[in-house]
Design a protein. Structure first.
Length: 161
């Protein structure tokens, strides 16, 4: 091995204590383009397919062992959390951009209808126009007393059982 590359490999390995192949395995899983751990293992470790063109059965065992490795499991978990955090941040940036543009449009639009539409959409984002429908059920005193008695009898029956 070329001596100039050796220190770089050690740095990569020390970073998360994974070998280069293990890191590639984790990356393939995180990408999510392959269907399973078995396929990720076969790709990273250059596994030769069977005569039928399938991944050998032993790969499933090896892939399971690799996924069960605490360092790899932790790397997968951290990478998934990082990806989710990134997605949330991206969605938040987009939401803020849209709201800023709507706010600007509500002030500077060329037509009144555009300003009203922008204000309408802004109002929807803060649930300003949500309708709350209250329904009241009218019951007589006799109906309420009957319902209370039924509930008390049901509770007494539960206690006796």
């Amino acid at each position: 091995m070329d001596e100039t590359k050796k220190p770089q490999l050690e740095i990569v390995k020390k970073k998360d204590q994974l070998t280069i192949k293990q890191r590639a395995f984790v990356d393939e899983i995180i990408k999510g383009k392959l269907g399973s751990y078995k396929e990720a293992y076969a790709k990273v470790y250059d596994v030769a397919l069977t005569k039928e063109g399938k991944i050998p059965k032993w790969v499933e065992v090896e892939a399971s062992k690799l996924v069960a490795n605490p360092k790899i499991a932790l790397s997968i978990q951290k990478a998934i959390e990082k990806r989710e955090t990134s997605a949330v941040a991206s969605n938040l940036r987009i939401k803020n951009y849209v709201l800023e543009r709507l706010y600007k449009e509500s002030q500077e639009a060329d037509s009144d209808s555009s300003r009203v539409q922008a204000l309408h959409l802004l109002g929807k984002t803060v649930a300003l126009f949500s309708d709350v429908v209250e329904t009241k059920e009218a019951r007589t005193t006799d109906q309420i007393e009957e319902e209370i008695e039924e509930r008390i009898l049901a509770l007494l029956e539960e206690d006796n059982q």
